[in-house]
Design a protein. Structure first.
Length: 547
């Protein structure tokens, strides 16, 4: 039987995102409450500052370019204290935001610009050359490029210039009428680990629902005048966009914004601003558990970390707690779910290690076997989800939408796991990433957690490599050794033996251990296994040539 959330349902008003954030009555904090802080400069913005600047930007877009409902603004920036102003300004004017990774290649960004049919681009001085060239390829005039951030660029308008645009026409001050369930708010692009990235269509209702779902759970432990949150996860990723930009602002939690992740700057910022809550990804938890530089700083103000975007194993959770006393709970979600669908309660962080927690309010879930039939509670299957935060579909891709959505509204996540008797969900791996050894399933994330707990391992990724002789996949580990450790055959064998003692026979590292300088990862911290698979093929081809 499908399972409904144990939480009481939250009421989801029929409003757009801007209205929810700025026009609600009885918010639990005053207009002069500081909500955003620039980690680098210390610049502070109050609720009133953000509300005023966002509306000015929206009016400026209408005045400057005749911005219309549905027009798409591509965003190519690192995190900035003005990123939320840009976001809510575009939404005020009825626009759609399509954030992109500033680390994209020219081809990657050009593809997104063309696919999302962007009308304009907001970027920063540091990545302006990429934005200009991609705009040229996509047919976007250069006078449709806005600059965000501390640096202004001659010949290009800065977002601060928009507040000086003429507001004399009353019609410019009017917002369009919204149909929250039908109107697009964000076009976020999937990581594209296989094939071209797909545009995920998220409506105003999707995001409004997820803000309220998340706030109802996290708001039980976070207080506006007591807590501070650190934002280093990229706002161009749905995790940062909803969980860090929107939910804390709605709750009135002060957010200190870092441009990007840097371990020492992270530690410095936590210490300086007395950060109490942090959204993280597994590689950050691993760094906090292992890196020697962390010992220089006092991180004791952190009351809780929430890890998402990829599975976090119990070994890493235990390691960071044993070293620093830092508690880490898990959550779960995807771009297609706006993103959060599960969140572990703070009180369960230790009792339910490895769980992503129960379903958020208004959600329904079930686990389904390879045959498409629902599996009994406790058995492993693919997670299917239903709720008001499930995407509208994939942009201009009806086939992909049909493949992942059922007629009765379930989204097929592609993630494997199970549910315990208490209603807690466990995610073990991606369906497509499971290694099949002689018919047995081997979850890479499980092996990665065990290997990462070895003192000589700094980082690790596990993939399946095909063996022609045995005609099956074999688990292989790609390892980054701890500084000072020699990447030798002896170290490799030590790791193989270490794993062999703690796993079932079919999960042993029969594909061996290979040493690398770094594990390839996406901006959200997900391991890019396809790159390692390509490397493995090259290694095997090279080995075959020597025979």
């Amino acid at each position: 039987m499908p399972v409904d959330s144990n939480y009481p349902p939250v009421e989801i008003p029929n409003v757009d995102i801007y209205t929810l954030m700025f026009d609600r009555p009885n918010k639990p904090f005053p207009d002069d409450h500081v909500l955003h802080v620039d980690a680098k400069t210390g610049r502070e913005l109050t609720f009133s500052d953000v509300a005023t600047r966002s509306k000015e930007l929206g009016v400026g877009l209408k005045s400057l370019w005749g911005w219309r409902k549905g027009d798409v603004m591509a965003v190519l920036t690192l995190n900035n204290v003005e990123s939320p102003i840009l976001t809510w300004g575009v939404l005020w004017a009825g626009g759609v935001l399509s954030p992109a990774n500033p680390g994209y290649t020219l081809d990657e960004f050009t593809y997104q610009l063309k696919n999302c049919e962007a009308k304009a681009i907001t970027t920063q001085a540091e990545v302006l050359p990429l934005a200009k060239e991609a705009a040229t390829r996509a047919g976007i005039p250069h006078d449709r490029i806005l600059i965000l951030g501390d640096k202004k660029v001659p010949g290009f308008k800065h977002i601060s210039d928009l507040k000086n645009m003429s507001h004399r026409e009353v019609k410019l001050m009017r917002r369009p009428k919204f149909e929250p369930a039908k109107d697009l708010a964000f076009l976020v692009y999937s990581s594209g680990t296989t094939g071209l990235p797909k545009g995920v269509m998220l409506s105003h209702r999707n995001i409004v629902a997820n803000i309220l779902q998340g706030a109802s759970v996290e708001g039980q432990n976070l207080k506006p005048r007591e807590d501070s949150l650190l934002a280093f996860l990229p706002f161009f990723h749905i995790y940062g966009l909803t969980c860090i930009m929107h939910v804390p602002f709605y709750l009135g939690i002060r957010v200190v914004i870092m441009e990007r992740f840097d371990l020492e700057k992270f530690c410095q910022t936590v210490e300086r601003h007395k950060i109490s809550f942090v959204y993280v990804v597994p590689p950050v938890v691993l760094a906090l558990a292992k890196h020697p530089i962390v010992s220089k700083y006092n991180l004791s103000t952190i009351r809780m970390m929430n890890s998402g975007a990829a599975p976090l194993t119990s070994e890493i959770q235990d390691a960071v707690y044993n070293r620093l006393g830092l508690k880490t709970k898990q959550g779960y979600g995807l771009s297609e779910t706006s993103p959060t669908t599960h969140a572990q309660p703070w009180v369960d962080w230790k009792d339910k290690i490895g769980s992503v927690g129960p379903l958020l309010p208004n959600m329904t879930a079930k686990y389904v076997g390879e045959d498409g039939i629902e599996v009994p509670a406790g058995q492993t299957g693919e997670l299917w989800l239903k709720g008001p935060n499930i995407m509208m579909g994939y942009w201009r891709n009806e086939e992909a939408t049909r493949n992942c959505m059922t007629e009765d509204g379930y989204f097929k996540t592609g993630d494997v796991g199970h549910q315990d008797p208490d209603g807690n969900f466990y995610i073990t791996d991606r369906v497509k990433e499971l290694i099949k050894y002689k018919g047995f399933q081997v979850p890479p994330a499980e092996l990665e957690g065990k290997i990462a707990s070895h003192p000589k391992v700094n980082d690790v990724a596990v993939i399946g490599v095909w063996d022609e002789t045995l005609h099956t996949e074999l688990p292989r580990a790609y390892v980054v050794v701890t500084p000072g450790v020699k990447a030798s055959p002896e170290t490799a064998q030590e790791i193989i033996d270490f794993v062999m003692k703690s796993v079932a026979q079919h999960k042993r590292l029969r594909g061996g251990v290979r040493f690398v300088d770094a594990i390839p990862k996406s901006a959200s911290g997900k391991i890019l296994r396809r790159m390692l698979k390509e490397q493995a093929k090259a290694e095997m081809k090279k080995q075959g040539a020597k025979l």
